[in-house]
Design a protein around this ligand. Structure first.
Ligand code: SF4
Length: 432
């Protein structure tokens, strides 16, 4: 859990520090020098990322103390579960009851859940997932920032608007100076504690340049850095980790090897899976998942996607809808519905209740503007705000008309915090 309110160090436990947040104890890896018991720190994604002066910590905590317990109470009310519903089949209720009690569901049970179409039953599925989210994660919600540093990509994924074959889009590649300034603004001015740097597989940057950018951000501003530059290879993963990157976002897009080959113009799924395993072995926190609604993808494939993400030790799950892009080979295929994504989020929470951070993707919000709220009430507990300079955002068009494309970061933060507070959630990665 990653409260980005200051916590007080209570104890050391080998490489971990035990941190107190208003009586709740959390553990975080410590890579900072010179910490002592009684110091105040920001912890993020399980890492201590910065020590902060006691005065500053106490004044922030004074503001939080008023709302901290009120928010928890609102969340608790919204996540209460009542499984007595006459309009829902006994079989469906039995499965949800087992899920709520923390019993592992069989494959057949999961099939029943994913196939369900009845609205009252789906409402209960989402409520069960929300109940589990609250039970295990309380009311924290991660709020990360993403900088899309380049839309060049050498790959030819058939669903993707920035794939190499699309000659109709304007390409951009941010300079080191521009990336550092965007990071500075996000961290220093807007209070983000975790930043994701993302691009297509862009050979226009040398890996040393990317590592230097990570190093510079870490040296200048306290933040947890995630990277998403595609399959960069083991040596480069090592280099980026040594520079300070601690998280890797890499979706496997589908767990079906045949379908993967079709949608990625002949690539091999095993290479991507190996990359994710190598990254995990190096110590990266893994953010992974798939694209839901791909042509010829079955419900069995989708269940396998969730199980594969879990097997790959996903720290955060990212399942986005396929959205048809007019300048791709998949232009004529229908986009996924918001409902199937909500089901996948709820099933993910049920399959990995205690561990999963589950992202509400921008793509989901693009197909349904109310989806962030709905997903947060269906098991999700993480959002990402786009802190890319506004002038570049329209060109990162992996799918068309992306939500929040034209919104300033101030508006995104205000709306996000407003939504989270209305749901009783602590916007855990922002200092407000
Ligand atoms: S999905 Fe990723 S790897 Fe594939 S074309 Fe798009 S940016 Fe490139």
């Amino acid at each position: 859990m990653c409260y980005a309110i200051p916590g007080k160090i209570e104890a050391f436990d080998n490489k971990l520090v035990v941190v107190d947040y208003f009586g709740e104890k959390r553990k975080a890896y410590n890579e900072l020098d010179g910490l002592s018991i009684g110091d105040y720190i920001y912890a993020q994604g399980g890492y201590a990322i910065a020590k902060i002066p006691e005065d500053e910590a106490k004044s922030i905590l004074a503001v939080w103390k008023e709302t901290f317990f009120d928010l928890q109470e609102v969340d608790l009310k919204l996540s209460r579960l009542n499984l007595n519903q006459e309009s829902v089949s006994k079989e469906f209720l039995r499965i949800l009851d087992n899920a709520a009690e923390g019993r592992e569901l069989s494959r057949e049970d999961l099939r029943v859940l994913i196939k369900e179409k009845n609205k009252p039953a789906l409402e209960l599925l989402f409520k069960t997932a929300n109940f589990l989210r609250q039970k295990h994660h309380k009311n924290s919600c991660c709020v990360h920032g993403i900088i899309e540093i380049s839309n060049y990509c050498r790959c030819a994924c058939a669903y993707c608007g920035i794939a190499e074959g699309n000659k109709q889009i304007t390409r951009y590649r941010m300079s080191q100076k521009e990336i550092l300034e965007a990071a500075r603004q996000a961290i220093e001015e807007h209070g983000f504690k975790t930043l994701l740097l993302q691009s297509g597989e862009d050979s226009g940057y040398r890996i040393e340049e990317l590592a230097e950018i990570v190093r510079q951000i870490k040296a200048n501003w306290p933040a947890l850095i995630f990277i998403s530059f595609g399959e960069v290879g083991l040596d480069n993963l090592k280099l980026l980790y040594a520079a300070g990157a601690r998280g890797l976002l890499l979706r496997f897009e589908t767990s079906n090897p045949k379908l993967y080959k079709q949608v990625t113009a002949g690539k091999d799924l095993s290479s991507r899976i190996a990359h994710l395993k190598e990254a995990y072995a190096l110590g990266y926190m893994i953010v992974t998942g798939s694209l839901i609604g791909l042509p010829q993808q079955s419900e069995e494939d989708i269940l396998n996607d969730i199980l594969l993400a879990k097997e790959l030790h996903a720290e955060m799950y990212s399942f986005g809808p396929f959205i048809s892009h007019p300048q791709t080979p998949f232009a004529n295929n229908p986009s996924a519905s918001a409902e199937i994504i909500l089901k996948v989020i709820a099933l993910t929470r049920i399959i990995d209740p205690a561990h999963a951070k589950i992202l509400v993707t921008t793509a989901l919000e693009t197909i349904n503007p109310d989806a962030r709220r709905e997903a947060l009430l269906a098991g999700a507990n993480s959002v990402m705000l786009n802190v890319t300079p506004v002038k570049y955002r329209p060109f990162y068009s992996i799918y068309p008309s992306r939500a929040h494309e034209k919104e300033s970061i101030e508006v995104q933060i205000k709306d996000t915090i407003g939504l989270l507070m209305s749901l009783g959630r602590s916007p855990a990665d922002l200092s407000v």
